[in-house]
Design a protein around this ligand. Structure first.
Ligand code: CMC
Length: 392
């Protein structure tokens, strides 16, 4: 029989060849298509990085203008989709809504289901997916707060349009704050791809069955929802608030995280691949100080975060296990400062990760990868004698 190698959690198994993102966990290096994340975060806009990830090259001005134009033609979401929003209980978690609404797009574009689509048809659905995501994400927020949804204004760029649909009101003009636009661009760029993480692997494996783009991305959203992955940004803020409410005794919570009889973990600490530092956390920490300063925000939760970081970074348990603050440790603090409610944080991660998911789905198809189908090491019983019901 075939010899099966067991690698729980795929800690050391390469599932694919990819030319999109390079990651060196020991050195704390992250590059998209060869470009260091530090440079992209400082110099590029999110839509430029999306183009880079999806098409492999940084766009020329003409290519970027054309891409922006094509995307802006598809930012409207079918009006019938609003009926879905009406059906959700008001407390529905935004990630649950996002997963189902993205999947629903397949109902409005049934041609996306056909195998053997031409590259032009595939491309059109990629543009649709990318264009409609900010509209859907903003509608989830508007519905949650009971406000009328906003329609896209295509004179705005991708990120500004999203902010306008989220924080703008039908009744008044909306002034975009450049500090917020800049912070949002940075955050989305930092989240845009991260090689074969849980949600991206999910998108590839679902897509490998020839499943349509919308359903594949929806599966990625579901994978991202979990608190060990994208859900960590919500969990971090909830943890910091809990520590604050409990009197702010950081040592007590660090002790809890170290206690093997306690399931509590320090949210926002540790990473499967980064064992020295998370380069995204470095950039985001700086951006965080910057945004809070510029917006003049004093957040007591930030003081708890700083104390926690201080204690954990000098604690043997965390040093030995190479546990450092990850990207999610700081992103939540910025999202809060920008005015997002905590349960929207993971949706913002999804908005940022979308180009990565799309690029990886496209690469998987173009490379004609076989269907993903892991094996197992069977540990159940050997053949057993069947006992009729009346004798059991
Ligand atoms: N707090 C306390 N102990 C921890 C933590 C933590 N946050 N993370 C790992 N450990 C311990 C763990 O108990 C284990 O200890 P021991 O060797 O004594 O059993 C050791 O460190 C190794 O942990 P692991 O669970 O085997 O590592 P992993 O690579 O399977 O897990 C992780 C990586 C990110 C899921 C984990 O570190 C974690 O749960 N962190 C908190 C959640 C979080 O912040 N997730 C966001 C990750 S970054 C963004 C993203 O990918 O979405």
């Amino acid at each position: 029989s075939t010899f099966i190698t067991l690698d729980s959690g795929y800690k050391n198994t390469g599932a694919t060849k990819s030319a999109i993102t390079f990651l060196d966990g020991e050195e704390g290096i992250l590059r998209y298509r060869g470009y260091p994340i530090e440079e992209l975060a400082a110099k590029s806009s999110f839509i430029e990085v999306a183009y880079l990830l999806i098409y492999g090259e940084l766009p020329t001005q003409t290519q970027l203008t054309d891409f922006q134009f094509r995307v802006s033609r598809h930012t409207l979401v079918h009006e019938d989709m609003l009926k879905f929003f009406d059906g959700y209980p008001s407390k529905t978690h935004p990630m649950g809504q996002l997963a189902s609404l993205v999947c629903c797009l397949s109902a409005f574009y049934p041609e996306s289901l056909h195998p053997n689509q031409t590259p032009e048809e595939v491309e059109l659905n990629i543009i649709r997916m990318f264009a409609k995501m900010p509209t859907i994400v903003s509608w989830i927020y508007k519905k949650a707060i009971g406000h009328p949804v906003m329609y896209p204004k295509n004179k705005f760029d991708y990120v500004s349009n999203y902010l306008y649909m989220t924080f703008g009101h039908r009744t008044e003009e909306y002034d975009l704050d450049p500090v917020i636009v800049d912070a949002m661009n940075k955050l989305l760029i930092l989240h845009a791809d991260h090689e074969q993480n849980c949600s991206t692997s999910t998108v590839r494996i679902v897509g490998s069955s020839d499943c349509n783009l919308f359903a594949s991305i929806s599966a990625g959203v579901a994978a991202l929802w979990g608190p060990l992955h994208g859900g960590a940004n919500q969990a971090v803020i909830e943890m910091l608030e809990l520590i604050k409410k409990d009197g702010g005794d950081v040592d007590k919570w660090v002790a809890k995280a170290k206690d093997k009889n306690d399931s509590f973990r320090l949210m926002g600490f540790g990473h499967r691949v980064y064992k020295n530092f998370d380069p995204r956390a470095k950039i985001i920490k700086e951006a965080c100080d910057n945004v809070l300063n510029k917006l003049g925000i004093q957040d007591p939760v930030l003081d708890i975060a700083k104390k926690l970081e201080e204690v954990a970074l000098h604690d043997e348990y965390f040093i030995e296990r190479k546990l450092y603050p990850n990207v999610d440790f700081y992103s939540g603090i910025i999202y809060r400062a920008l005015g997002f409610p905590t349960d929207m944080f993971t949706v913002l991660f999804a908005l940022g990760r979308l180009p990565g998911w799309v690029a990886q789905w496209k690469e998987m198809r173009e490379n004609k990868e076989p269907i993903g189908r892991p094996r197992q090491v069977y540990v159940g019983s050997t053949t057993r004698e069947y006992i009729p019901l009346e004798k059991r």
